[in-house]
Write a protein that binds this ligand. Structure first.
Ligand code: FE2
Length: 321
């Protein structure tokens, strides 16, 4: 993780172009950066939400096996588990879209659970996500809640807004003759078919796999897929000191349930996502928008992490599996 920010303490109007305010805000919040919502709609509602909600934006530099030179520095932003509905209103979805667009992505990856229970939110969430911008495209896979509500209808709604829904298939991006594959599968419990999704992709092609459920990790590792982006777990959603979360608190039980990990040649990142289920509560586990910068394998041995102190930003090596 390189930096985070929360939204919003809106006593003053601040913008991304005010670095001094940002620096002060980070320092006061222990390294957490505070943003205003700029031109976002629903700002009054957001002020109220600000009392109990926050979104962290995290940055990760990923050493990527066999990354073609023309794709070095590729920027990917992930939105997952939006769960638009009563617990996560339109104002927060719009905010997430605005934050994502500010990250200047090449690829936006939407990894499922757009809604929770109701079909009434399908068109509204698709409409808002239609405002996402990315140079190479916005790609989506569906989550378990999407299948329970109406997978086909969600896929059509997203597709109509220019979002490429990857249902056990892939898309090959090309830059001056070099290739980068974006593959996506249906939810693990609702028809995931990784071999079908990877059909026609030569082994060891630089590939990003989108899978709502991180349980695909073993199968992905067998195929030596370099990077998987997932959600589904909400990072535990409520993580209590000593007790942990619904998945437990040991490192072993939390493997492939949150954050960054690796199995064989396959790296995976499991985002905490935006929304909630069961109750509109998060504790010790804030909402997250991760963004990734892909680098060549040579830089993979050390992941750099930045932190902020009164002396300013500092970078330090960050060990991970
Ligand atoms: Fe979810």
């Amino acid at each position: 993780m390189a930096y985070t920010y929360v939204f919003p303490q809106l006593k003053k109007h601040r913008t991304l172009a005010e670095p001094w305010h940002r620096m002060k805000g980070r320092w006061r919040n222990g390294g957490v950066e505070t943003y205003s919502l700029g031109q976002s709609s629903g700002i009054r509602q957001l002020k109220q939400l600000a009392l109990r909600s926050r979104i962290e934006v995290t940055e990760h530099r990923i050493g990527f096996a066999d990354l073609p030179e023309n794709f070095r520095g590729l920027r990917i932003v992930q939105l997952t588990d939006i769960h638009h509905g009563l617990y996560l209103p339109a104002a927060v979805v719009n905010l997430a879209v605005e934050l994502t667009n500010n990250l200047d992505a090449d690829i936006v990856a939407l990894t499922g659970d757009f809604v929770t229970h109701s079909r009434n939110y399908i068109e509204p969430v698709a409409e808002m996500l239609g405002a996402l911008r990315a140079r190479e495209g916005v790609f989506a896979v569906l989550g378990n809640h999407d299948f329970r509500v109406d997978a086909d209808r969600i896929a059509v709604a997203l597709d109509r807004r220019g979002i490429e829904v990857l249902r056990n298939r892939n898309v090959m991006l090309r830059r001056r003759g070099q290739k980068f594959c974006v593959a996506g599968i249906d939810d693990f419990l609702y028809g995931a078919d990784l071999p079908r999704a990877m059909h026609g992709v030569p082994r060891d092609t630089a590939t990003l796999l989108l899978s709502h459920n991180p349980a695909i990790i073993e199968e992905a590792a067998e195929l030596r897929i370099p990077l998987v982006l997932s959600g589904h777990t909400h990072g535990g959603q409520v993580r209590l000191p000593l007790i942990g979360c619904v998945y437990g608190r040991s490192d072993e039980k939390m493997r492939f349930k949150k954050g960054r990990d690796r199995l064989g040649r396959t790296q995976i990142y499991v985002s905490r996502g935006l929304g909630t289920v069961v109750l509109p509560v998060r504790y010790g586990c804030p909402s997250e928008i991760p963004h990734f910068v892909l680098e060549s394998r040579r830089t993979a041995s050390v992941e750099m992490s930045r932190s902020f102190s009164s002396d300013g930003w500092s970078a330090r090596p960050h060990a991970h599996r």
